[in-house]
Ligand binder design. Structure first.
Ligand code: SF4
Length: 448
């Protein structure tokens, strides 16, 4: 691991960024007064379940676990030796003034034992682990007078909604939130709705509420919900409604939401095919989300870049996909692009939950997403809808199917969320597609 070139290391350090950012905040945090602790308002998405099922995916595939100084000191004092199965010389790796956990030769975390258990957890309990490990897959974002909780759907248990309702885990989540929230989190300004400063938290949260309402409409295909939401957000932009404020704003947003329902009563029978350049941008976006980065890639970033360049060329030509990772076999692009069977209600529910949790937890704009305004962040999120369906189709096409299963979609969601808010974000691409109305077209085309 010490042979990793700085450039490659920098690139891969985007992993666990949210946890790291929260950890950095915790590092600079003073001990909070207990009265403050009691007053921390934590909002948890009521539609999500999660319990760790010990699949060890996060201990094998999340390459960089950054350590706080106190994590490092604690682990060093735990007295690990080779007899415990841990090489003390490889346990912690220094890089650019920071420290992170090392890896075993197969890429797994240095503390993962052969039975799939964390050695720190087994010997000293959960609280002895690094904060980033304790937090995963939760993410915690400031939202005015409260913090909101979201999840990383790259954890397969989150994607599949397995385990105990999050609401029933409020006490533990509250403790973690208190570890990572900044003292001054209430002073953090909200993201803009469209551009520029001036938005207040209650107004921003009003928009968030209507976005969530718009995606939660029952007995309406999710594709149509996206088209309507993109439509009324377009009306906010064109009608200069981004600065609306106060209780009257609710009435305006409700009118725009209802208006979109009347304007788009049903899905188009024959959706318009997205333009050539949009399809090209879109395919490259899919490739960014489909790639897998391993410890081997970390060790040889040049080779990995070369492999990705070759894969990108295949995606530009759109003849046959490369075999990219397990399940994503080499198939004809035409096999993915053909019309698939309609998705089941269970798949619609899974996708709806993914997007609603991202919205409810503000994991699509502001600090959690490259400081982007709400509308741009939502448009980027909407682009993930066709990306997930395309990846699900790729998984299905590898097995000569033209129907999506829940397992295909859960896997596609995990792949997409693995990169979400960690990969380079090209704001111009989202703006260009939005200007040409191509985001709605891509949603309609791949949602057909
Ligand atoms: S990926 Fe999720 S379910 Fe698997 S070990 Fe990590 S937290 Fe647990």
């Amino acid at each position: 691991m010490d042979g990793v070139k700085p450039r490659g290391a920098k690139r891969f350090a985007r992993f666990n960024r949210t946890a790291n950012r929260l950890a950095t905040r915790a590092r600079n945090r003073n001990i909070l007064p207990s009265i403050w602790m009691k007053s921390l308002r934590v909002e948890i998405p009521p539609i999500q379940n999660w319990s760790c099922h010990g699949c060890t995916d996060c201990c094998r595939n999340h390459l960089l676990v950054q350590l706080l100084p106190e994590d490092k000191q604690r682990i060093e004092k735990q007295g690990w030796t080779r007899a415990d199965g841990v090489d003390p010389g490889l346990m912690i790796v220094g890089q650019g003034g920071h420290f992170r956990l090392g890896h075993q030769s197969d890429g797994a975390c240095v503390f993962l034992d052969p039975s799939g258990r964390c050695r720190i957890h087994a010997k000293f309990g959960a609280e002895a682990k690094p904060l980033a490990c304790r937090l995963y897959p939760l993410v915690i974002h400031p939202a005015g007078q409260k913090v909101v909780v979201g999840l990383r759907f790259c954890c397969p248990s989150v994607a599949a909604n397995c385990g105990q309702p999050l609401l029933e885990q409020k006490a533990e989540i509250q403790k973690l939130a208190e570890c990572v929230a900044l003292d001054h989190f209430r002073d953090i300004p909200p993201p803009a709705v469209l551009a520029g400063p001036g938005t207040e938290w209650p107004d921003l949260l009003r928009f968030v509420k209507w976005l969530d309402t718009s995606l939660a409409v029952k007995e309406t295909p999710l594709t149509l919900r996206f088209l309507r939401t993109l439509h009324w957000l377009g009306a906010v932009e064109k009608g200069s409604f981004s600065q609306i404020s106060g209780p009257g704003a609710d009435e305006i947003l409700e009118a725009l939401f209802q208006g979109a329902g009347k304007k788009l009563p049903a899905l188009p029978e024959s959706p318009t095919r997205p333009g050539r350049f949009s399809r090209l941008f879109f395919r490259l976006l899919v490739l960014e989300h489909a790639r897998m980065i391993t410890v081997e890639d970390l060790r040889a970033p040049g080779r990995h870049r070369w492999q990705m360049l070759r894969a990108a060329w295949r995606f530009v030509r759109a003849g046959r996909t490369p075999a990219l990772r397990e399940g994503l076999e080499s198939v004809e692009f035409a096999a993915i692009e053909q019309r698939f069977e309609p998705v089941s209600p269970a798949i619609e529910a899974m996708l709806t939950r993914f997007f609603r949790v991202k919205i409810q937890s503000l994991h699509f704009c502001g600090r959690a997403f490259y400081d982007r305004p709400l509308i741009e962040g939502f448009r980027n999120l909407a682009l993930l809808y066709p990306v997930i369906l395309w990846l699900g189709r790729w998984l299905a096409a590898g097995q000569q199917r033209t129907n999506l299963t829940e397992a295909d979609v859960a896997r596609a969601i995990s792949m997409v969320d693995y990169h979400y808010s960690y990969s380079p974000y090209l704001a111009w691409r989202v703006r260009l597609l939005a200007q040409r109305d191509e985001i709605a077209r891509l949603c309609a085309w791949y949602g057909r």
